[in-house]
Ligand binder design. Structure first.
Ligand SMILES: Cc1ncc(COP(=O)(O)O)c(C=O)c1O
Length: 368
């Protein structure tokens, strides 16, 4: 049975994207890859809405994007602020700590969004070099008010870094007007490409700063100053790219462009609305607070201890793969990804099966 992946990434691939992965190997410094790479970079600019800043695509994962931002912008002892709305916010804290950055976090309970007012107050009290924001917190399904948060950073003249790994391609984001300094995503979520590529947009002011500290950046690979020349001439060797991942990403981005980014955002909104209304109609409780619910993933509370059984039942009976919670909420949360190339009919069919299975395993009267 072909499984339907409804985890929040990796997502299902189109047949043409899958076919690219089985093409014969090519030279990573040859003409064919060179042209495909430059086209991929242009397509990435389209998806990010980045005509003014720098654009990067290289082999790595979302975590590479996180570490690259930290390493490229910050040095030992610099001060950073992380807005933690879940597991991936925490990861920013851990990465900053690993790099000996003096990191503080504003932490929110699961389902709550990062409040721009809190950020404003904190930035008035303390001078930070960078603020780390998660666009969509995949561990809960919260969409943070990224525009308002970035505005606070701009007002305080602090670098803003946006993790949009579970956003770009499914959630509205326009790099040119957002005014953030670094925004990144990974290939395997709303872009509907296989895992293995990280895509990063960087403002001109951040890039100038990064290049001014070129020799102080304490990473060879996760170093935007080192990657910059490769982006204009991918024949220069820095590290062997995952050629077929990049080629498949190009194909996925071509298909995304064919749909159109605005249309893609609208489809994701419709998918999310369908998921939310199915869950709520069945009396299930959505983790993310109203007004801050992502269009790419929805988390719901289930009876404590039932998430593994729900996951197994859905996969065994219907071939539908959903995710459990992460960390502390592993046993009492189910997360359904609805992003990438997913169509409304496929989701609607799956939702009725998910709802009936969850209801079966969820004790009546559950409140979280
Ligand atoms: C919001 C967010 N940030 C970062 C990551 C890390 O990405 P990766 O697993 O590709 O390293 C993920 C992965 O799910 C994510 O959802």
């Amino acid at each position: 049975m072909q499984k339907l992946l409804l985890i929040p990434g990796p997502t299902n691939l189109s047949e043409s994207v899958r076919n690219v992965m089985s093409l014969p190997q090519i030279s990573h410094t040859g003409e064919e890859f060179y042209n495909s790479f430059l086209e991929t970079l242009e397509l990435a600019r389209y998806v990010f809405g980045n005509t003014k800043g720098h654009q990067f695509v290289f082999t790595g994962t979302g975590t590479t994007g996180m570490e690259t931002s930290v390493y490229s912008l910050l040095g030992h002892g610099d001060k950073a602020l992380v807005l933690t709305t879940g597991y991936f916010g925490k990861r920013f804290v851990l990465i900053n700590k690993a790099h000996k950055v003096a990191v503080k976090e504003l932490e929110y309970s699961p389902g709550k969004h990062a409040d721009p007012e809190d950020l404003r107050r904190e930035l008035a009290k303390e001078r930070y070099k960078a603020v780390f924001i998660t666009h969509v917190e995949t561990s809960t399904g919260v969409r943070n008010p990224v525009r308002e948060l970035v505005e606070e950073c701009s007002r305080a003249d602090v670098f803003s870094v946006v993790d949009s790994v579970c956003g770009i391609g499914g959630e509205q984001l326009d790099f040119d007007t957002l005014n953030a300094d670094v925004v990144f995503t990974a290939s395997q979520k709303a872009l509907a490409a296989p895992p293995g590529a990280v895509l990063i947009a960087v403002s001109n002011r951040a890039m100038e700063y990064i290049e001014s500290r070129k020799d102080d950046i304490e990473s060879y690979y996760m170093n935007l100053a080192r990657w910059k020349p490769i982006m204009s001439d991918p024949k220069i060797y820095l590290a062997t790219p995952a050629t077929h991942v990049i080629l498949a990403l190009r194909q996925a981005l071509l298909e995304l462009k064919q749909e159109g980014i605005q249309e893609r955002w609208k489809r994701h909104e419709r998918l999310a609305n369908a998921a939310r209304s199915s869950f709520e109609a069945a009396g299930l409780k959505i983790v993310a607070e109203k007004g801050f619910r992502a269009n790419t993933v929805t988390g719901i509370w289930v009876s404590d201890g039932s998430s593994q059984s729900i996951q197994n039942a859905l996969e065994e009976k219907y071939g539908i793969v959903v995710a459990r919670g992460i960390g502390n909420d592993r046993d009492r949360m189910i997360r359904v990804g609805h992003m990438g190339i997913l169509d409304e009919k496929t989701l609607a069919d799956a939702l009725s099966k998910i709802v009936s299975t969850v209801t079966q395993f969820t004790r009546a009267g559950l409140t979280q």
